[in-house]
Structure formats: C-alpha cells, structure tokens
Design a protein around this ligand. Sequence first.
Ligand code: ASP
Length: 298
Amino acid sequence: MRGSPIGIICHGGAGTINDKQAAAEGLEEAIGQSYRLLRQSADAMQAVVAAVRIMEDNPVFNCGTGSNLTVEGRAEMDAAVMTQDGRFGGVCCITDVKNPILVAEKVMTETDHLLLCGSGAVSFAHKLGFEEFDVITERSRRRLEKLRQDGKSPYFPKLEKMMNSGTVGAVAIDKHVKLAVATSSGGITGRLPGRIGDSAIMGAGTYAGPSGAVSCTGHGELVIKMMLAKDIVERMKTLPASIAVTLGLSEAKRKKGMCGAVGFDARGGLCFGHTTKDMAYGYMVADRLFMFTKGKKG
Ligand code: ASP
C-alpha cells in the first residue's frame, strides 16, 4: 500500500435507521476524531475504542446511552475489543456504566480473562473507578412500550423484523499496518434478561486475526451461529476484503440472516455490506471521508 496506510471504518447498525441524518452526523464525528488520533500516531486499538466511545455517548445509537431494553426494562449491554495479534476483552450484559467499551478494554489490558458478564462485569468496572451511570433514555423506554402495546411476546419468533438498528462497530488500520476492532451493542428491544448477543462473542460480532478484522451487526443469534466475523476474516486469507464480506454475507442471506459487517484486510483493503434494507456506515482513508447511511441490499 502506498502513502499513509491509516484508515477507519465504522458502522452504526444494520436494520432500520430511524434518523438517518443524526446517524450520519454521529458516525462522522466518531470517524473524524478517531482518524485524527491515527494521524497523531495512535494505534489501531486506541482509534477503535475512541470511535466506539463517542458513539456510545450519542443516544442516537443502540449502545451505551440509548441502549435497547430487555423485556423487563433494563439496559444490559455487550461490548468487545480485539487486536490483530489476538488480544481480546469483552463484557456482556453489563449494566449501569456509561461506556461498556472502556470496561471491555480494561478486561483485555488488566486481567487474564477474555469476557466478564453481568454483575461480575459491573463490579469489575466499579472497582476500576467507572462511575454508576444510567444509560436508559426516554426513546429506549418508548421503543419497549410500543412493543408491549403491540402485544408482542417477550421473545419474538420474527425478531429480525423488529430490529432497531444502532449497534456500533469500528475497525482501524494504523501507521504500522496493524488492525483492531471494537463493537458495542444495547441488544434487541424486548429480549429476555440475560440474553447475550453477538457483539462481545469473539469470532461472532467481533474478530481480528492475521488476515483482517471485522465488526458485525444484526440478528445476534444468527451472527453467533455463523461466527460471521471470523468467517469473513478467514476468507480474507485468500481473498480481498470486499469479496470476503460479499461471500460471508451471501451465506448469511441464504440463511435469511439480517446482518451487516465492516472491516479491513491485512493489506488495508476495506469492506462493508449488509443483507438488511439499511446500514449506517462510513469510512475515512487517505484523508477522505465517505459516508453511507443507506446502501444496496447485500
Ligand atoms: N447484534 C446485536 C444483537 O443481536 C443487535 C444489532 O446489531 O442491531 O444484540
């Protein structure tokens, strides 16, 4: 690759984008700030954590503040970070913290573990000084309320049709041509308490390896079954990123999976795609920003 190899690609969730303008603005801010960090020699992990943190603080996205609620009205969040050399940290069903991605990063850097869940993750965060924070917004309450009024059961057979998008993910390549990925999600509205989605499962919603790094969004159960992020990264061993993602998502589509993915291969080739009607995403490479809040079906 010639010139500066740095780049960042982010998604703001596959599914239905309610406010395209706000999603585009939120993505642009995250991409812009993390690209600036990369220019200032931040490594890929710092860049993806910074991008995801910005989106967690933006209530337009389904992660951190503004997360979707369980059927009991709690915000149980999943987040993970992974680097190309195989370091990983994640939290699932974490509550009452502002930035799950920062806790996930600490799991990676401060413990010998990979994944903490529920009350254990919360007390780990509080021990490290993360303050208690209420991430529930009126909008997320209304989404759950609407579902209740529609008389839907706690767990929907047609879950994919109900999806409010907004899970976020970021993949970066730094000046040393190293990759990292971070993903953060508030899950799916009305899910059962304790349900764990794909975002914090290594290989499912989040994966980085020698051949590339990918963040996924969409129907978590299918993404886990397919190990979609790893599937796409494995394909990058022999194929460019754009083809790898097309093949991975074609397989998902064959299984009627509603999902999307973004990533980079180890040579700096980027990729994006979705099987849903919409996916909010954008990227910045060679100092140029490209934004998409709507694209073709995958
Ligand atoms: N993948 C997330 C989950 O299933 C939801 C999403 O990406 O919209 O928890």
